[in-house]
Design a protein around this ligand. Structure first.
Ligand SMILES: *Cc1c(COP(=O)(O)O)cnc(C)c1O
Length: 388
């Protein structure tokens, strides 16, 4: 049997490799503390689960859902955007529920790129932007994110010959993996730039609700003209501890939303209706869970930043997201330092290069680790300082 080139050229998904490495260590009986994966350890709130239990009993939720989601769900999504960001959305034309935002992010490439087109993709970044662009036959032009540019792409540095073939611009704030944030002025620059160069902007914003020290991230759609040039992906995964239920959304430009809906309607049959009802409960219910989550993550961030500084690393505390993006000590690469930490301390971190070549020189630590595990990890890291 011969597989498609598309599959043969596919790199293994980052977390698959990490999970394998952890399993190997654990099989040998070694204790491993993993800061590698950004998946909330906190449970889905009770009032959201109650909705699932109720919905499961109702036979009308046992049948095929509609691709475009329940009208009441789209309305709840639009109202949440209005309440949270002051952004007005038409629930019928500017809101599309997704089977987790990763689904929509992966499918977006097929809607906005033809073979030979260019996608402008930050590096480092969530791997799906670049891989889905390549699967759709497009080329990827990297926009490096580094300390020098505050982890914001320098749009003016993109060469004219690239811009003339570029169709899509991906951005993601609060950022995974760097923990960087973007203000309205950057989003305004993106909106203006996209209008000038005829680009479709895809802003991925699953961490807008995970922020610290009173900081409130803004939506790309708050920028003037944003809805004329782009869409925003959002997710219930990180905000409401719902990664396992798979529900997110794309909102914004009606032409882009319609393209995604048309593409999806040919491939999937929508989100299980009981899960749509959970999402309505999450969006319409008390948002207190978000404050509680952020307080927990902020405490973990502070503990971990302190511990990393104690072993001599120069770490900036992130204002938002679930990640600490830490430069590795001199004479190490991302991979050699991650390997050394794992071998010497049993602590797993993600090498920055897992998110792209420009992640070299960094490791990423996730805050989605239970408190007692964090403390164990910190004790192990502290041991590393003594042994080296
Ligand atoms: C977690 C994450 C997502 C995916 O969220 P789902 O809605 O669970 O698919 C998308 N983008 C980034 C940058 C993420 O970190």
């Amino acid at each position: 049997m011969k597989l498609s080139k598309r599959i043969e050229n596919l790199p293994p998904y980052l977390f698959v490799q990490i999970s394998k490495k952890i399993a190997e260590k654990r099989a040998k009986g070694e204790e491993v503390i993993s800061f590698a994966i950004g998946d909330p350890d906190l449970p889905t709130p009770k009032h959201i689960l109650a909705e699932l239990c109720k919905a499961a009993e109702d036979p009308s939720n046992h049948r095929y859902p509609e691709t475009e989601g329940l009208p009441v769900l789209r309305k709840a999504m639009a109202e949440w955007y209005q309440k949270r960001f002051g952004v007005k959305l038409n629930p019928d034309t500017e809101v599309l529920p997704l089977i987790g935002s990763k689904e929509g992010i992966g499918h977006a490439a097929w809607c906005f790129l033809d073979p030979g087109d260019i996608a402008l993709v930050p590096n480092p970044a969530y791997p799906v932007y670049a891989i889905s662009s390549q699967l759709a036959g497009a080329e990827v032009f990297n926009l490096p994110l580094n300390k020098g540019n505050n982890f914001l792409p320098n749009l003016e540095a993109i060469p004219q010959n690239i811009l003339s073939k570029a169709k899509v611009l991906w951005i993601n704030y609060p950022n995974n993996p760097t923990g960087a944030v973007a203000g309205l002025s950057f989003f305004q620059e993106v909106s203006n730039f996209a209008a000038k160069h005829n680009l479709a902007v895809c802003h991925d914003g699953p961490y807008s609700e995970i922020a610290f020290d009173g900081y409130k991230p803004v939506s790309f759609l708050e920028a003037d003209g944003a809805k004329d040039v782009g869409i925003e992906f959002h997710s219930l995964s990180k905000s409401y501890n719902m990664t396992g239920w798979r529900i997110g959304m794309a909102v914004g430009n009606a032409k882009m939303i319609d393209a995604l809906r048309r593409f999806k309607s040919n491939l999937d049959s929508g989100i299980p209706q009981a899960i749509q009802l959970m999402a309505i409960a999450a969006l319409n219910g008390s948002q207190e869970i978000i404050n509680q989550n952020c307080a927990i993550y902020q405490r973990r961030r502070d503990r971990l930043v302190e511990a990393l500084r104690n072993i001599g690393m120069e770490v900036t505390a992130p204002k938002a997201s679930l990640y600490i993006w830490a430069p590795v000590p001199e004479s190490y690469t991302s991979a050699s330092f991650a390997t050394e930490l794992l071998d010497k301390t049993g602590v797993v971190v993600t090498p920055g290069t897992g998110y792209g070549t420009a992640g070299e020189g960094y490791i990423r630590l996730s805050l989605t680790v239970p408190d007692e595990q964090i403390e164990k990890g910190i004790a192990k890291l502290t041991g590393y300082k003594k042994s080296s």
